[in-house]
Design a protein around this ligand. Structure first.
Ligand SMILES: CC(C)(COP(=O)(O)OP(=O)(O)OC[C@H]1O[C@@H](n2cnc3c(N)ncnc32)[C@H](O)[C@@H]1OP(=O)(O)O)[C@@H](O)C(=O)NCCC(=O)NCCS
Length: 176
């Protein structure tokens, strides 16, 4: 893949020496609050860097001005040419429109260059920043799934069930 360039960002594959920036945000409790995993240690971030460098679905989002890796996008192909979008950004670089700018460029790339037919995204209804981002991308809320998933158990070992918003957009609808 060639890098995707936007006004302020370079979107590229993960590579060596990305782990420090990855650690900076994956070790932040607030950033991983709605993720299925817990905060990362330095060693886990190093392993994650290697994993992501070899996984086509992960995209590093970097500032054009200084190369700083400020977050990641995720786009994985599923059945019926439906692709799933994900994103996690360093809290220092949230609230500045970077996630929208990056995700918009990646969706554009997916529809125009990867031949995606439909792109979906899932999030916790309590994760306002996430579903607001999906609405800025003009994705449609297609469903509210009640207690369909859990990432953690309570002190009795019982699942802590979570609801999910499902969002989607079709190629023929993509025009931003
Ligand atoms: C979900 C997440 C990526 C959204 O990031 P975000 O920073 O809110 O989204 P954007 O980068 O598009 O920024 C939008 C905000 O920046 C503001 N903004 C400032 N400058 C801007 C600019 N030049 N262009 C566009 N928006 C700008 C917008 O007004 C908006 O503010 P608001 O949230 O108060 O309405 C981020 O909250 C995150 O990484 N969370 C932790 C991980 C996570 O939960 N991932 C999703 C799991 S489903």
């Amino acid at each position: 893949m060639e890098n995707i360039i936007t006004d302020r960002l370079i979107i590229r594959k993960f590579k060596q020496n990305d782990w420090q920036d990855l650690y900076e945000y994956l070790s932040d409790k607030e950033v991983v609050k709605f993720e299925p995993y817990d905060i990362y240690s330095e060693n886990q971030a190093k392993e994650e860097e290697v994993f992501r460098s070899n996984d086509q679905a992960f995209y590093a989002v970097c500032l054009k001005e200084n190369g700083k890796l400020i977050g990641n996008l995720y786009l994985a192909k599923g059945d019926f040419n439906t692709w799933e979008l994900g994103y996690v950004f360093n809290s220092k670089y949230q609230g500045k429109g970077y996630a929208t700018e990056g995700a918009k460029a990646l969706l554009d790339y997916a529809f125009k260059d990867l031949g995606a037919r439909r792109i979906v995204a899932m999030c916790n209804p309590k994760n306002d920043h996430s579903w607001k981002l999906l609405e800025r991308l003009t994705m449609r809320r297609e469903g509210v799934l009640l207690q369909n998933i859990y990432f953690k158990t309570d002190s009795n070992g019982e699942p802590i069930w979570l609801d999910t918003y499902e969002y989607a957009i079709l190629k023929k609808e993509w025009c931003i």
